[in-house]
Design a protein around this ligand. Structure first.
Ligand SMILES: NC(=O)CC[C@H](N)C(=O)O
Length: 376
């Protein structure tokens, strides 16, 4: 008996020390909640849709020194903290989360975007995932949204969201923006509409959304007042129909082995503009150029001469405008038919750059390129 007892005690002590070592290793391995790259809701409800949040960084994950500090660091809080800060999202969906990157959106690259597209396609190919929400820095949020709008091959809801105030701020806008984004992703009405941005109670299609103010929380607006709808504490009201091509109908689906895309530069027009910068961009090997023209996509004679030259060399040129609203007219002050320039219609230069990248994988013919700019 004594023998058995001491054996049992020894076994217990061994197990105990093993458990202590294990938990120390576990705590070390965990390091902090910010280093966790996955979140899985422990208690999913069978009657709720399943939404995955993909975190990329930005102010929505930003941290300031105090709740009133004017400066802060974007991309600090991890996916688990983002989700746990807004437990209300679990009332509208079962939540899983992935930390895709932890960057400010000015550092978003084609490489990240291609990987993000593959990640979104992979997730949405699962029948038990109903939609995704992508948290993102706001500086280039509209570019990622439009890139995915062209490249993703799914009609399930894809919502991109960010915030203007860091997570530590008084009246932070991130939590309610995230709640609305999840509610929209969980809403069957958001299906088939391409990529949508839900910020500050507005829902705007990827094609139309643009950042209009450096600091204000209502910064995301639609260039030509094409708001898709409103969302109020998760309640979505649709105001218009999206007629442009996107996602499953875009014809730009990325194959699994796509790992690069053509390079397109934007050149900003101004008074006293010389054509040298346009010629230099072509010499540097850019595959296409977008001119953020003055007014109706105009530019100086010197710039236009350079445009004619680079088109002759086989570099497509799109005329957009540095004005944030309105449509570019073909053959107005510039004879596009004769020169071979393409007009951006109402796409802003930063969106025209993305469409041209995709379009020149298909054609360099100016007439066919123009069709893309009318239809996407
Ligand atoms: N409001 C923001 O998210 C801006 C932070 C940062 N510059 C970014 O775009 O990621």
């Amino acid at each position: 008996m004594h023998y058995i007892k001491s054996h049992a005690q020894a076994a217990f002590m061994t197990a105990l020390s093993f458990a202590i070592v294990l938990s120390v290793v576990y705590v070390y391995a965990q390091d902090s909640v910010e280093s966790q790259t996955r979140y899985e809701q422990p208690d999913p409800k069978p009657d709720l849709p399943n939404i995955t949040i993909i975190a990329t960084g930005g102010t929505i994950a930003g941290v300031g020194e105090s709740n009133t500090s004017a400066t802060y660091q974007p991309g600090q809080l991890g996916i688990v903290t983002l989700i746990e800060a807004v437990p209300q999202i679990k009332n509208v969906a079962n939540i899983s989360g992935i930390q895709f990157s932890q960057i400010s959106s000015q550092n978003m690259t084609d490489d990240y975007l291609i990987k993000l597209t593959h990640q979104v396609n992979e997730l949405l190919s699962h029948s038990d995932i109903d939609g995704v929400v992508i948290t993102h820095g706001t500086d280039t949020l509209e570019e990622t949204a439009y890139f995915l709008n062209l490249a993703v091959d799914s009609d399930k809801p894809i919502i991109v969201v960010g915030s203007m105030r860091p997570a530590t701020s008084l009246s932070a806008d991130g939590p309610l923006n995230l709640y609305n984004a999840v509610a929209l992703a969980a809403n069957p009405q958001a299906k088939g509409k391409g990529v949508l941005v839900a910020m500050d109670d507005l829902v705007i299609a990827a094609r139309d959304v643009t950042k209009r103010n450096v600091h204000q929380t209502d910064t995301f607006q639609s260039a030509n007042d094409n708001y898709l709808g409103e969302i109020n504490y998760g309640d979505f009201r649709e105001l218009r129909i999206i007629s442009k091509k996107h996602t499953v109908n875009s014809g730009f689906t990325l194959s699994k082995d796509t790992n690069s895309l053509p390079r397109v530069a934007i050149i900003y027009a101004n008074q006293n503009m010389s054509g040298d910068i346009i010629r230099s961009a072509a010499d540097l090997g850019y595959d296409g150029l977008v001119i953020a023209g003055v007014g109706d996509g105009n530019m100086s004679e010197s710039a236009l001469d350079a445009v004619k030259d680079v088109i002759q060399e086989g570099v497509p040129v799109v005329r957009a405008s540095r004005i944030p609203s309105g449509f570019i007219k073909r053959n107005n002050e510039i004879n596009d038919d004769e020169i071979g320039t393409v007009t951006a219609d109402d796409l802003l230069p930063q969106k025209a750059r993305i469409l041209l990248k995709f379009a020149i994988t298909k054609t360099k013919n100016p007439k066919q390129l123009q069709e893309y700019f009318y239809n996407y």
